[in-house]
Design a protein around this ligand. Sequence first.
Ligand SMILES: [Zn+2]
Length: 351
Amino acid sequence: MKIEELLKDLDPVTIIEFKNYILDNLSKLCSTKNSNSKIITKFRKEENTCKKCGCKLYKNGRTTSGIQKYICSNCKATYSETTNTIINHSKLSFEIWKNVIDNLINGFSLRRIAEENEISLLTSFRLRHKVLYALKHFIEDINLTGEIQSDEKYFSINLKGTKPKKMPRYSKKRTSTNSPYRGISHHKICVVSSIDENDNLLLKIVGLGRCTTDMLKNSLGQKINKAKSITTDSASAYQEFCKKNNLILNAIPSGFHSKDIYNISEINGIHSQLETWLSKFRGVSTRHLQEYLDWFVYIFTMKKRFMLNKIKTESYSNIIINNNYIKANDIFISKMPIDLNIAYAEYHYQS
Ligand SMILES: [Zn+2]
């Protein structure tokens, strides 16, 4: 139902009363027991089908808290409106979810999110990871077309949250970068960063050490769709990649900022934005780095697509819809995106 439709026959006095009522009761109205399932009913994009046999689902009453239930016409499996969504098994109201999403868009720390919403630090941690996980689908749908600028960004390995006995044993001689190697080595994580002419952005962890053609194939290679050219200043890995993908390579010679009309100022600008943004989190553990990169891409993309005041409401539907469910336990066992046995081979490390 359109809000304009709802209000069109009301007189101005009633509209003002309506507005005041909404403002006075906003919190209550957004925190009813079925507030989350109402959101899903409104925003669900795909048709609701059975996960077991693919058949159509029919409405099958409601739970005591008012959540719509469904039954499969064929195998009789039952589902609820929240099955497989981020809010499955969540006792928190939409109001809390909404606030946490707002807080994350504003870049609040875990501690502040916990305080603002009167939840524990652990819940705050879980919610953040659930929200970041929910964006996977959004990020997966981003493809790069036309003219692309590409570069790499290297990160130090950060083992924050790793148990002391699992730490590699170089920590006695800690340097500022946590690694005895200078520059790019197998102690650095390579992130391929590319942006196309329509501001579609890719930030993907590809492995350890200097970027190779294989790393490009497994990241950028999966994302290009009707791409024409790649401009980069780190040409060696791109030569073979561009040849195989029929792309024009505009290599900027080292020491130069541009070649003819081509430059990589866009991607360089993103690198500095990313650095500033990540520094707010005071050290992101490597285990969760990709989630933070996804979160950066998400906010970047939303800012390009929507006016600032629309980003938050759009985000509620992006995050609280289909197939975004992750078990709390799976957050804690999320895999390292790089192989620590290779990174720390010289320490005879075994993860
Ligand atoms: Zn079925």
